[in-house]
Design a protein around this ligand. Structure first.
Ligand code: SF4
Ligand code: SF4
Length: 407
């Protein structure tokens, strides 16, 4: 029995079974570890996540339902994060007193410019807390390390709580107004140049220069208090980067501009994932007819005319988002265990039926295993802020206060 090209839908039995299995960790990580209104918010978030997970499996439309999940994660993140800043330190701006008190949340984008200087100088160039804080350095490092071993650059389409911004805006416009050529090496290599620049810059200045000058997410997280012409310049730059990289350029190009063309962490994760990640999206050259629909569909410029022609398919910058799987009319692209083009448990490689089809062709297929792992990881990482935002919204409607506890 041949698989239908491009058809990634699983049977109702498999979809329901895997959704029920997914419900167990979500019950713990998104619901039961919280109390009061946040627990109720967590229950709503878990229900929403389970619905999205079921839709990914049952419809096989990974591209659409993953994006809905990813955008929701980004939207859940910033209200909870900003509310937490107000609850813990009373304001959103980062002041000199906050830096001295190490009240600076640490995020994954700073990891490369913290790790390499740390290895060379034994200093962490960041004023955040090592442990115990809600965005502490060690907990973020641990999340990143685990994600690298399981998802590699899949982080950038399934876990990152920022990525939903350019992912969402890149799909809002019906037509491309500013075409980007994926074969343009300057565009594709720019994030790697940024990576080198921020790592070296941090090392030389012993300051986190990406965080201080180039972060596009400051407007929705925290920004330096404006107290001088230097901080005023950084403030203006922050606004330009937010609107430019996350909204305007994704709308015009229909590509994920921040993640595909700018982010140094994305470049770093491409290098790390090349070594650590067990999964990749692979091209089956025998099925490919060279139509280049995948080249046009890839939001991060990770498939080029050249990589198709030489049979490489998706490059190391691939975020395993699944857009090209949907675009390909021949089913020539799919998730694989790395370094294996075909898999013995792929229904397209043999005659599978009955329980063997369910077990080997569906549940143990690398596509299903990757989606399960990536979705679970994304849902767990976003559990705290999804429950936090929804719990606060409930509090707002019921008690008139966005603060958890309702005072
Ligand atoms: S190659 Fe495919 S899976 Fe990888 S980022 Fe591009 S569209 Fe997504
Ligand atoms: S969309 Fe599919 S068939 Fe067309 S070039 Fe890409 S891999 Fe080949």
């Amino acid at each position: 029995m041949k698989a239908i090209p491009g058809d990634k839908a699983l049977s109702l039995f498999t979809s329901v079974t895997l959704t029920l299995i997914m419900a167990l960790p979500l019950l713990f990580f998104v619901v039961l570890r919280f109390e009061g209104m946040q627990m109720t918010g967590g229950a709503i978030a878990a229900g929403w996540f389970l619905f999205l997970f079921f839709m990914i499996l049952k419809t096989g439309d990974i591209s659409r339902w993953r994006r809905v999940f990813f955008v929701s994660v980004a939207l859940f993140f910033f209200p909870a994060f900003i509310a937490r800043l107000f609850e813990t330190r009373g304001h959103m701006e980062l002041t000199a007193a906050d830096v001295i008190a190490s009240e600076t949340p640490f995020c994954h984008i700073v990891i490369p410019s913290a790790l390499i200087p740390m290895a060379l100088t034994k200093n962490i160039i960041f004023s955040g807390r090592l442990t115990g804080h809600y965005a502490a350095i060690y907990s973020m490092m641990l999340i990143w390390l685990t994600a690298s071993l399981t998802l590699g650059r899949g982080w950038c389409s399934w876990v990152c709580f920022y990525g939903g911004w350019d992912d969402g805006f890149s799909r809002l416009a019906a037509k491309t107004r500013l075409p980007l050529n994926p074969s343009n090496k300057t565009l594709r290599l720019f994030p790697f140049a940024m990576l080198g620049f921020v790592v070296l810059g941090s090392l030389v200045t012993m300051t986190s220069i990406y965080c201080d000058w180039f972060c596009s997410f400051k407007l929705i997280t925290e920004y330096e208090a404006v107290t001088s012409s230097r901080s005023f310049t950084a403030f203006i730059l922050m606004i330009l980067l937010f609107f430019g990289l996350l909204i305007v350029l994704p709308l015009l190009t229909r590509r994920r501009f921040q993640c595909g063309v700018f982010c140094p962490f994305g470049a770093f994760q491409s290098l790390v994932g090349k070594v650590t990640a067990p999964y990749a999206v692979r091209l089956d050259k025998e099925k490919c007819i060279g139509c280049q629909k995948c080249v046009a569909a890839c939001p991060t410029l990770s498939i080029t005319r050249e990589s198709l022609a030489d049979g490489t398919g998706p490059l190391a910058t691939c975020t395993l988002c699944g857009e090209c799987l949907k675009a390909c009319p021949k089913g020539a692209l799919d998730y694989r265990f790395k370094n294996r083009k075909k898999t013995v448990c792929d229904p397209a490689t043999g005659n599978l039926s009955g329980w063997k089809k369910i077990l080997l062709g569906e549940i143990l297929h690398p596509r299903t295993l990757f989606i399960f792992t990536a979705f679970l990881f994304g849902a767990i990482v976003s559990g705290g802020f999804a429950s936090g935002t929804l719990g606060r919204l409930l509090n707002l409607f019921i008690k008139g206060s966005f603060t958890l506890g309702g005072h």
